[in-house]
Design a protein around this ligand. Structure first.
Ligand code: BG6
Length: 464
């Protein structure tokens, strides 16, 4: 379906990159297969890439992603046009303009390093390709608060904020979108979703694999820039924000921004940075690298709803399992009349975001027998494996339709950088950890009191 607000051409800068191969071509193919994409796709690539070579690469990447139907691929290939690929050469933009033909509302997707944004944006302006256009940019948006502000200034010279679509692919995940739905479509949660009932919140994003040959990229980024400043703070915002006044994008963004502004900048004493043993042997990694592949931290949100409730956030490469999970721990009952509860977990909500999607509640029930003793059980409200549209398919499709709800906004991104900036400016040394472990021991102390990290497990429950 297309509307008058839809973009009428898709210009793809960085079509030969890793992201294009792993995510973008499969997403464009999926859109074509659903009859949801029928606009010219102008692909740009540096070096000696002919259109046929790019099509071959697109075919291989789609085949590697799974389903492949030759007729659907031919449809996608027939939409593809190519343009010169040197981003500093004015001829490049003249050839984009030519390839755009009669398109009046193009969308430019910059899957390229942020250091090139300035040159590309200027090239688009001078050639007239920026008129009535939208732009999609990838994360991480900048390296810190200062560089994010500079990038925003570069983009805003040409594009108004509503025409800028900053991707954080976590926001395109079904399970992440459901966090907001689950919270605000149900009555039973709101009365307890606050400091009166919630003791703490834990968010773990664990990855079993290392840097997968991306050592050079990782050296520039590290876990805090790669996933904490964006994916994990976005998840936190969806868990903690107040109810927006409506579901429109502006209302959502406004409420989310209020929450980001209430996040207290991290205290270095409440952060542990780790590095898995062997990282320094990876290609492209310095022998004395101080880049973190693991981070654990305690975040405070200074609002009436969350004052005194710590948010424990943890991520790492080479951990025992790949899984992203949120645990919302509730306070103990005010009076313990059964001793069974004493050593038992308190009530909790478990929201597994990937690879499975699970919503469950941890409760205590009486054990069979005469004594009033209990045992923990999990009440599974929903359990599904990930399926349907990929995050990139959703997000690219939303951007083409001009729907900015699932994209990040300038002020929120800057506020998120403000949270992590103290750690980036003055990083503590990294602590080594064993690959396959849950990170350095020091990370245990991030979680306070009688609480410990909840380590995500292989999902045992049956899909419904
Ligand atoms: C990316 C990071 O943004 O997210 C990667 O750059 C990380 O380092 C990836 O592995 C995780 O995304 P997903 O969707 O596979 O959980």
């Amino acid at each position: 379906m297309s509307g008058t607000n839809d973009s009428d051409a898709f210009v793809f800068f960085g079509a030969t990159g890793d992201l294009a191969r792993k995510q973008i071509f499969p997403a464009l193919y999926a859109m074509v297969s659903r009859d949801a994409l029928n606009i010219p796709i102008v692909v740009l690539a540096r070096g000696s890439w002919t259109l046929d070579k790019i099509k071959d690469r697109a075919r291989e990447s789609i085949q590697a992603a799974g389903h492949f139907d030759a007729a659907t691929f031919e449809k996608l290939a027939s939409l593809m046009r190519s343009a010169e690929g040197d981003y500093s050469d004015p001829n490049t933009y003249a050839s984009v303009k030519k390839a755009l033909g009669l398109a009046a509302r193009p969308i430019h997707y910059l899957a390229i390093p942020p250091s090139m944004f300035g040159a590309v944006v200027q090239g688009l302006v001078k050639s007239g390709c920026a008129q009535n256009a939208r732009v999609i940019v990838e994360k991480p948006f900048g390296r810190d608060l200062e560089s994010a502000k500079a990038l925003d200034a570069t983009l805003h010279e040409v594009f108004p904020e509503q025409s800028i679509f900053r991707i954080d692919h976590y926001l395109g995940k079904e399970a992440v979108q459901n966090l907001l739905y689950f919270r605000f479509a149900n009555t039973f949660l709101e009365p307890i979703w606050n400091r009166n009932y919630i003791k703490d919140v834990q968010i773990t994003m664990a990855e079993k694999f290392g840097v997968q040959g991306r050592g050079g990229f990782y050296e520039e980024v590290g876990a805090i820039r790669d996933v904490v400043q964006n994916h994990l703070l976005q998840v936190t915002a969806l868990l903690a924000m107040d109810c927006p006044v409506s579901s429109d994008s502006q209302a959502m963004q406004a409420e989310k921004l209020r929450l980001f502004c209430a996040m207290r900048p991290l205290d270095p004493k409440e952060v542990v940075r780790g590095q898995f043993r062997g990282y320094r042997d990876e290609k492209g990694v310095a022998k004395d690298s101080q880049v973190e592949t693991f981070a654990a931290l305690r975040l405070h949100i200074d609002t009436w709803r969350w004052a005194g409730v710590p948010f424990f956030i943890r991520t790492g490469k080479s951990l025992p399992i790949s899984a992203t999970e949120v645990i919302v721990n509730l306070r103990k009952p005010p009076l313990a009349i059964f001793d069974s509860g004493a050593h038992m977990p308190t009530n909790y909500f478990r929201l597994r975001l990937s690879p499975e999607v699970v919503i469950s509640t941890g409760a205590l029930v009486k054990k069979n027998g005469e004594n009033m003793r209990g045992e923990p059980v999990e009440l599974i409200a929903r359990h599904r494996t990930q399926s349907g549209k990929s995050p990139y398919e959703r997000l690219l499709s939303d951007a083409i339709h001009g729907d900015s709800q699932s994209f990040t906004q300038d002020a929120s991104v800057e506020a998120a950088w403000r949270v992590v900036d103290p750690i980036l400016k003055d990083p503590l040394p990294v602590v080594e950890y064993e690959p396959g472990s849950w990170g350095p021991d020091a990370a245990k102390h991030i979680v306070q009191g009688d609480e410990a990290w909840h380590d995500p497990q292989v999902e045992q429950s049956q899909p419904c």
